[in-house]
Write a protein that binds this ligand. Structure first.
Ligand SMILES: C[S@@+](CC[C@H](N)C(=O)[O-])C[C@H]1O[C@@H](n2cnc3c(N)ncnc32)[C@H](O)[C@@H]1O
Length: 236
């Protein structure tokens, strides 16, 4: 744990997820009216996963992304990386039957893997939570093999008229749902704020380019409320 500032921010985020882990899945369903499941499935469907791929599910939370991948192929080699022990442990039993999936309690900024060791790096609704985005992208690039892919599903602020109003309404409702179902609106204020404070899709594309990624693409879902980023490591 080298960078004190970095881990101070991570500590704050960790506290947020410490407060929501028990109801995280239920809250996701309520807040998104179940659509997060469709988006996650759409995310995985859009990735050409080969049986031999070694995949990282970064910021895995309770493991939704890993679950979808393992449903398709129970023998897929998947590593869940998640800094919040409560989120990680909460779903531990769901993965015990799978022989080739493992988990690490760790951060996107410091992945305990050798250079060029994985084929695919997936991060779902996690990129905006990392404390040091540039460092996290560099780490992703470092651990990916040549030819490997970065795949990111993330929420974004929307600017299209109808979607903008819908999003405004929704942002106000989230902390309210949090209060009702989790007896605490604070973590949900953070979730809304983290979307408002996050970069635009264009800026993420630029950051991926600066990291060294090539063939960078974006696919918007539901008017851009969520987007999928694709990027490739073609050289070291
Ligand atoms: C909104 S949840 C997403 C969980 C899951 N991927 C999903 O799609 O449901 C964000 C996750 O990012 C994790 N996280 C926060 N800071 C992180 C960091 N620096 N590196 C990796 N994961 C982090 C949190 O602990 C939390 O579990």
């Amino acid at each position: 744990m080298k960078n004190i500032h970095l881990y101070k921010n991570n500590k704050i985020v960790n506290k947020v997820f410490d407060n929501v882990y028990q109801n995280y899945d239920l809250m996701n369903d309520i807040m998104s009216l179940g659509t997060h499941r469709l988006w996650k499935q759409q995310f995985i469907n859009s990735i050409d996963i080969s049986n031999s791929d070694y995949i990282i599910d970064m910021a895995s939370g309770t493991g939704d992304i890993s679950k979808i991948i393992l449903k398709q192929n129970p023998n897929q080699k998947v590593l869940r990386v998640e800094p919040n022990k409560k989120m990680l442990n909460f779903s531990h039993n769901n993965f015990q039957k799978f022989k080739h999936t493992h988990s690490i309690c760790g951060y996107a900024e410091e992945i305990p893997l050798k250079n060029n060791s994985i084929n695919k790096y997936l991060i779902s609704f996690g990129l905006r939570n990392v404390s040091n985005l540039d460092k996290s992208l560099k780490e992703c690039f470092r651990v990916l093999k040549k030819g490997g892919g970065f795949y990111c599903l993330e929420f974004y602020k929307v600017n299209k008229p109808i979607f903008k109003d819908l999003y405004k309404l929704y942002s106000k409702a989230i902390p309210l749902f949090g209060k009702i179902f989790n007896q605490n609106s604070e973590p949900y204020n953070y979730l809304v704020q983290s979307i408002n404070d996050f970069h635009t899709q264009k800026k993420i594309k630029l950051k991926l380019h600066e990291t060294g990624f090539k063939n960078i693409n974006i696919k918007n879902i539901f008017g851009g409320i969520a987007s999928i980023h694709y990027a490739w490591k073609l050289n070291d």
